[in-house]
Design a protein. Structure first.
Length: 299
């Protein structure tokens, strides 16, 4: 809801909001629901590691009707933790073109291995002054059902207007959600550290399994999140064939990649959630491997 309100606050109907696909698919509705246009700035897939296309970002941001960028950091589904230099480039382009930045940092606690997360608002005072940060304990501590979140707005003028626009929706957290959120942030560090170790182990197990059983699948261990962005394109299956194999024959509920990139950025990909017991992950992978390897479908 916070991103929807930000779209309403920073833009007028018909104006453009930049989205960096393939990305968390509800963003598309957040923009179009309010009658705004999506300006696509697709990420560049360089051997499985995604990077921002800054030249294209500059081109889009410089258009007079572009008003806002939704930045997913860490990125869902490609698993990137954007580096400081990358975030500085985003800020410089957006500041130069008077584009507001709304940053979705909901996966910021879920950093794997030696990766490092850089909060956008720490880039500079000017970056902090031009952004809204959206985060929540819901991913890190499995509290999504309690409907709690944190919206961080360093700029006082923007913060006041945001509160004013949010007020009619009466979206205040319940007592249980507030208590759970405070407990998670104050007392959850030991648990979270253990979780991150387990998740990283699952990510590495997934990598090993694919190399041994589905060698044509391209997968890069994510720097953050508990989501694997799996590239099945080398098998040559159509979108529907791949869905049939994984969902119906394999009976594994992955997310079809086409949802994340409506212009083809997600074709041939599936997103897999590996935040589960290793035994369950192994079972799911075995079912996917059987479905793919025993297929008689003709690509």
């Amino acid at each position: 809801m916070a991103i929807v309100v930000a779209v309403e606050m920073f833009t007028e109907p018909g104006e453009k909001v930049i989205i960096q696909s393939p990305v968390y698919y509800p963003y598309y509705d957040y923009v179009t629901y309010k009658g705004r246009q999506i300006a696509f700035n697709p990420l560049l897939n360089k051997g499985g590691r995604y990077e921002m296309d800054f030249a294209e970002l500059e081109k889009i941001a410089s258009q007079k009707d572009t008003r806002m960028l939704i930045l997913c950091s860490p990125h869902n589904p490609v698993g990137r933790c954007w580096e400081k230099d990358e975030l500085k480039m985003v800020h410089e382009i957006c500041e130069r073109n008077n584009v507001k930045v709304v940053v979705d940092e909901i996966h910021s606690d879920l950093i794997l291995g030696e990766s490092k997360f850089i909060p956008y608002a720490t880039i500079s005072e000017k970056a902090a002054d031009n952004c809204i940060i959206c985060t929540s304990p819901s991913k890190s501590f499995n509290l999504a059902g309690l409907l709690v979140s944190d919206i961080i707005i360093p700029n006082e003028k923007i913060r006041k207007e945001f509160r004013y626009r949010m007020a009619p929706y009466y979206l205040w957290p319940g007592s249980f959600g507030s208590v759970a959120q405070i407990a998670a942030y104050n007392e959850g560090e030991t648990w979270l550290e253990a979780l991150l170790t387990y998740l990283h182990g699952n990510a590495l197990f997934l990598d090993k399994f694919l190399k041994e059983n589905l060698p044509k699948v391209k997968y890069r261990v994510p720097e953050a999140t508990y989501l694997a962005w799996l590239d099945f394109r080398a098998y040559g299956f159509s979108t529907q064939q791949l869905k049939t194999l994984i969902h119906q024959k394999g009976k594994v509920a992955t997310d079809d990649g086409t949802m994340f990139g409506p212009n083809g950025e997600g074709d041939g990909f599936h997103r897999l959630n590996f935040a589960c017991p290793k035994s369950l992950l192994e079972k799911a992978l075995n079912q996917i491997a059987y479905a793919i390897n025993s297929s008689d479908l003709k690509p």
